[in-house]
Design a protein around this ligand. Structure first.
Ligand code: MN
Length: 198
């Protein structure tokens, strides 16, 4: 691979107050990849964990939701890809429709794969990544085992014994609980309320 010399050297040789030559902007940042968790009270309560990749949201349904405790492994059922725009959906899916129930945007932000080749990491079933969410942060892994995929927090400054699901039960975009979302969108309020902490 060709070795590049830093733009610093190019710049150090020039006085940009005097010369009309371009100073050169920072290299464009790689587009940030979105991350979202949707708390979904359907037939059963679960948390849909989604990572934007190759123009879609890779998706896992996590029945017990994510845990900040690195000793806790949460089963994550790999489900079909979703469109990227799905990551901004909060509301009610009508009863009788696929996934009928109440959906809350529980967390959102961006993510970065740790491996150089994330496609390969995903294929191999060992996807390590960094989350920059409002609730979930730091290093995590989705690992495929004989039980299926597991979602696990790595040890770092964001690891904790705190039950984040109980401590932060509200929507990250609207501050609403599931029952509020159901009530305001014609959903099943009593059912939705079962997903909120008592
Ligand atoms: Mn779901």
């Amino acid at each position: 691979m060709m070795k590049t010399v830093s733009l610093e050297k190019y710049r150090s040789k020039r006085d940009f107050h005097v010369t009309p030559e371009p100073k050169g902007a920072r290299p464009p940042r790689r587009k940030r990849l979105s991350y979202v968790v949707q708390k979904h009270m359907a037939r059963n309560l679960h948390y849909d964990f989604r990572l934007e990749w190759n123009g879609v949201l890779l998706s896992w349904a996590v029945p017990k939701g994510p845990s900040l405790d690195p000793s806790v492994k949460r089963l994550a059922m790999h489900v079909e890809d979703h469109p990227v725009e799905y990551g901004s959906f909060e509301g009610v899916i009508p009863a009788g429709e696929y996934g009928g129930g109440t959906v809350m945007l529980w967390d959102r932000g961006t993510w970065e794969p740790e491996a150089e080749d994330a496609d390969e990491a995903f294929r191999k079933g060992d996807l390590k990544f960094e989350l920059h969410g409002e609730k979930l942060k730091g290093s995590w892994v989705l690992v495929r085992t004989h039980l299926g995929w597991l979602l696990i927090k790595h040890r770092d400054e964001y690891a904790s014994k705190q039950d984040i699901l109980k401590a932060e039960p509200r929507s990250v975009v609207s501050g609403r609980l599931l029952l509020d979302i159901a009530r305001e969108n014609g959903g099943d309020v009593a059912k939705a309320a079962k997903g909120d902490p008592v």
